[in-house]
Design a protein around this ligand. Structure first.
Ligand SMILES: *Cc1c(COP(=O)(O)O)cnc(C)c1O
Length: 366
């Protein structure tokens, strides 16, 4: 056997992750859909105080059921379309990535299928691989919306135990209409339909959250994160809302005390500053709409976006465009179908630098 004795199917694979360049190499970082606005001074002070209090008790394990945090998350979701959610309807982990891995650990596994529709979030096949779940992927329309007949047929044919549907989708920004969620929940039977709303707070006016559909479908799971709209990517806190039986089942596979006392205290403090943290979301949504319009004025094709990023193209050599932008200090993401690039929304100044750099690069390459 070769050393180290890694699982056969993992040999030679690279760990997931976008290139992380230093601020010196790329002062304008628009590549991982972070919120460009740091938490306010008041929020930082509150987090520091709460983390300090938690530190005084770090000789003890944290609350394994994190009931206070689940109650605060349930209350927040109640402001954004959730109805009658209690702590028992909510589960959390270290980022929604961990929440989704736990879902696959509990509901996937050998002999079971997880399904999504490409292009979509590139972590999904990794959760499947890591839990020995078969990965099945359908396709999206040219404009990245779902072909509902194809989607339903594939669900009925492959009977997935978990369907992963980001809304808005990453990297395209495409939101799912509620009819699509309802239809797929029906088709999935007792399989779970996970609507990954990592970017839910950025959705355009008139786009409802799948949270509103929870009372109608026992198999619907809606995941959220504090990493994007809440400007808390560094804290690692993701969560879900679902039927309490689903939360209960996840408890079987979670590691003991997976959510540290410091993480719980940090998230609780941040939730006390919800209005402040979300204040920049409207600005970022406006920046998104301006950026999409500007890119289209440049003659580029841009996917409609309900998220804090835009997917645009197409370029014969997207890597050359990406590199030329990096050379000008602007880091975006080379992702999605070939020829496309994705830019996250930054501050107005950062977006100005992005526009200047892209204009130069396109002129140079034409
Ligand atoms: C960023 C993102 C997440 C959130 O990841 P965290 O682990 O919560 O930071 C989840 N789903 C998608 C599609 C994302 O792009």
């Amino acid at each position: 056997m070769t050393w180290p004795p890694l699982r056969e199917e993992l040999r030679g694979l690279a760990p997931y992750g976008a290139p992380q360049l230093s601020l010196e190499q790329a002062p304008v970082q628009l590549n991982v859909n972070e919120n460009p606005y740091p938490p306010s001074a008041a929020c930082v002070a509150d987090i520091a105080r709460a983390a300090g209090e938690a530190a005084a008790g770090l000789n003890r394990y944290p609350d394994r059921e994190f009931v206070e945090l689940r109650a605060a998350l349930a209350a927040y979701l109640g402001q954004d379309g959730g109805r009658d959610l209690t702590p028992a309807h909510v589960w959390a982990a270290n980022g929604s990535n961990e929440v989704m891995l736990q879902l696959l650990q509990a509901f996937g596994g050998p002999g079971r299928v997880a399904l999504s529709f490409a292009p979509t979030y590139s972590m999904y096949p990794e959760y499947a691989r890591d839990t020995l779940t078969e990965w099945v992927v359908g396709h999206r329309e040219e404009d990245f919306t779902l072909d509902l007949d194809h989607a339903r047929d594939l669900v009925l044919e492959r009977r997935p135990s978990v369907v992963l549907l980001p809304s808005p989708n990453n990297p395209t920004g495409t939101a799912l209409p509620p009819e699509a969620v309802g239809l797929l929940c029906e088709a999935a039977g007792d399989g779970l339909v996970v609507v990954d709303e990592a970017y839910g707070e950025f959705r355009r006016a008139g786009t409802p959250s799948a949270l509103e559909l929870l009372p109608d479908h026992h198999n619907l799971v809606v995941t959220r994160t504090m990493s994007k709209a809440f400007a808390l990517a560094g804290a690692r806190l993701g969560y879900l809302a679902a039927d309490p039986a689903i939360c209960d089942a996840i408890r079987v596979v979670r590691l003991p005390y997976h959510l540290s006392a410091v993480t719980q205290a940090t998230a609780l403090s941040a939730l006390r500053h919800t209005d402040e943290l979300l204040a920049q979301v409207d600005e970022l949504r406006a920046e998104r709409d301006r950026t999409v319009a500007w890119l289209r004025e440049q003659g580029l094709t841009v996917a409609d976006s309900d998220a804090n990023f835009a997917l645009f193209g197409t370029f014969d050599d997207r890597h050359a465009v990406w590199q030329a932008l990096v050379d000008r200090g602007v880091l975006i993401r080379e992702t999605g179908p070939s020829g496309w690039l994705r830019v996250s929304m930054g501050t107005p100044a950062e977006m100005g630098q992005f526009r200047t750099a892209l204009t130069e690069v396109m002129k140079e390459m034409s």
